[in-house]
Design a protein around this ligand. Structure first.
Ligand SMILES: Nc1ncnc2c1ncn2[C@@H]1O[C@H](COP(=O)(O)OP(=O)(O)O)[C@@H](O)[C@H]1O
Ligand SMILES: [Mg+2]
Length: 256
């Protein structure tokens, strides 16, 4: 479903170039959920944005469902991206539009006919349990409800792939778990393929079959979450974190 081969990203800046991601492979079968774990600046968001070519890779190839995205025209790429939904830490809702209008607007941008937009938006809001909030504005919704609207917006195009960038990082643990349950339900009921960026090992343990640990733009660990045996210092640190920190917990990086 997702195949990234040797993708890298170097940002040109006025000073030195920044190697945000060194050449990396990532392969997911349909219905698989993989976590991208790492500290801030590790290259997680960059790798995620390379999956749907929101970032143009400096090298390597990206294919989704067997289609190579790297050589597409802008119009073809827009079309291919419709199989990918995305959610973020900061919800990115339009404050002047209701929940229903936020979802419908995304469908309008994607070029769907006016006649089907409303019905599709309703269906998506219902799938996230927010049928009773269609007319609410973002300011009238809790953080968890806002994220549900954002998930509905991502689902409305009926994507096969969902990309999540720290979607629960701004939420309290109770709300975070309810959102994670919703994502797990989407995996179970729709067989959605997901890439889940997080710095929280609990998120990866709950949702992901496999986790890729990134450090300074490189993959340092690939962990089977069913039988976790981290080999890197950073991978081990994440699992220690889940057990709680002590005075003896080793910091994985001196400069953290
Ligand atoms: N548009 C950009 N221009 C220049 N540098 C960037 C840009 N986006 C990200 N970076 C840099 O690339 C590195 C990886 O960033 P990012 O992928 O956002 O990390 P993470 O999501 O793991 O926190 C960081 O050093 C960041 O500052
Ligand atoms: Mg990020």
């Amino acid at each position: 479903m997702i195949e990234l081969s040797g993708v890298s990203k170097t940002y040109g800046t006025a000073q030195a170039p920044i190697h945000a991601l060194h050449p990396t492979d990532l392969k997911l079968d349909e219905g698989q959920v993989v976590g991208l774990l790492g500290f801030s600046g590790a290259g997680k968001s960059t790798l995620l944005r390379l999956v749907n070519l929101l970032e143009t890779p400096s090298s390597g190839r990206v294919s989704l469902g067997g289609q190579d995205l790297t050589g597409l025209t802008a119009a073809e790429l827009r079309q291919a991206r419709q199989q990918v939904g995305m959610i973020f830490q900061q919800f990115n809702l339009l404050s002047s539009r209701t929940a229903l209008e936020n979802v419908a607007f995304a469908l309008e941008v994607a070029g769907l006919a006016a006649s089907v937009r409303r019905e599709r938006a309703r269906e998506a809001l219902s799938a996230v349990g927010l049928s009773d909030k269609e007319a609410a504005f973002p300011a009238q919704l809790s953080g968890g409800q806002k994220q549900r609207v954002a998930i509905a917006r991502a689902l409305a195009m009926r994507p096969k792939i969902l990309l999540s960038d720290e979607a629960t990082s701004a939420l309290d643990p109770h709300t975070a778990l309810s959102i994670l349950r919703l994502l797990k339900q989407l995996k179970r009921e729709r067989g959605m393929t997901m890439v889940v960026v997080t710095h929280d090992i609990k998120v990866a343990s709950y949702l992901c079959e496999q986790s890729v640990v990134l450090e300074k733009g490189r993959v340092v660990d690939r962990i089977d979450m069913g039988n976790p045996q981290p080999v890197s210092r950073l991978g081990k640190f994440f699992f220690e974190t889940a057990r709680g920190w002590t005075d003896d917990t080793e910091l994985p990086q001196e400069d953290a």
